[in-house]
Design a protein around this ligand. Structure first.
Ligand code: NDP
Length: 252
């Protein structure tokens, strides 16, 4: 197992992509703390290798308190995954300062200050790894996503800067830029089409691999980045999107 005896903190690990990461980490032998606003579900609660730490990362003023709780409980910290994030559509004409502040506080401020709080612990562990979950929207953009795209591009940039600053401490930092990963929200979106079946087929056709992603697709790459297998990689953003962003559109 690649993550035997490793301790990980995964933000937003209770559902969606974060859940995919948590489940793969557990399969690889890690113990995992999940930080999110809601309590973790029963399956996770009953697992002795999991601890839930409820916190609203957009409003936290003391990130050290979260990290200390995890490190005290498990006896250290090897891996930080900044996965929690929010996304909403707002046109440039409509977006308010409060909405911008919420997006940046959740998607950018929290990852940076969680890194800061985790540093004293990560510095003590050989092979420590930080993984930021960015997005292909840090590279391209969907309509009305100025704030979201800005935070994800920012997170990719922050990943490079952290890698430069933390290399001497033996801490690597990489990002994953997921493409379309199935979620409750994306399922509801597809169902809202007049012909959901055709919407699904047309979405699949955008992907050279012929399908959208699942949480485990990101979980597998996160295991790689968290483990010693990626020991010579830092500052990278890995696009994991089934080939969607490399497929050039043609008239049809
Ligand atoms: P979900 O909405 O399914 O899950 C988001 C997770 O983050 C939940 O566990 C949620 O828990 C937690 N979270 C949200 N806000 C906060 C907060 N203020 N404080 C603490 N925890 C919070 O999202 P996805 O799984 O789809 O996305 C996960 C990450 O992947 C995000 O960063 C997203 O931008 C990125 N991404 C997603 C893609 C996709 O197609 N799904 C594509 C590309 C990137 P709770 O609500 O209980 O706080």
């Amino acid at each position: 197992m690649n993550l035997e005896n490793k301790i990980a903190l995964v933000t937003g690990g209770g559902r969606g992509i974060g859940r995919g990461i948590v489940e793969r980490f557990l399969e690889e032998g890690a113990r995992v703390a999940i930080v999110q606003r809601s309590a973790v579900d029963q399956d996770l609660r009953e697992d002795p290798r999991v601890m839930g730490v409820p916190a609203d990362l957009a409003n936290v003023s003391n990130f050290a308190r979260i990290v200390e709780r995890v490190a005290r409980h498990w006896g250290g910290l090897d891996i930080l995954v900044n996965n929690a994030g929010i996304m909403f559509e707002r046109s440039v004409s409509e977006i308010t300062e409060a909405e911008w502040n919420l997006m940046t506080a959740t998607n950018l401020r929290a990852p940076l200050f969680l890194c800061q709080a985790a540093l004293p612990h990560l510095r003590q562990r050989p092979g420590a790894s930080i993984i930021n979950i960015g997005s292909i929207e840090g590279i391209g953009a969907n309509p009305d996503h100025t704030a979201y795209s800005a935070t994800k591009a920012g997170l990719h940039g922050m990943t490079r800067a952290l890698a430069v600053d933390l290399g001497a401490d033996g801490i690597r930092c990489n990002a994953i830029a997921p493409g379309w990963i199935a979620s409750d929200l994306s399922e509801a979106y597809l169902e809202s089409f007049g012909d959901p079946g055709e919407a699904r087929r047309s979405l699949n056709r955008l992907h050279p691999v012929g399908r959208v992603g699942q949480g485990a697709d990101i979980g597998d790459v996160a295991v790689f980045l968290a483990s010693d297998q990626s020991r010579f990689m830092t500052g990278e953003t890995l696009v994991v999107d089934g080939g969607r962003t490399v497929k050039l559109p043609l008239p049809r």
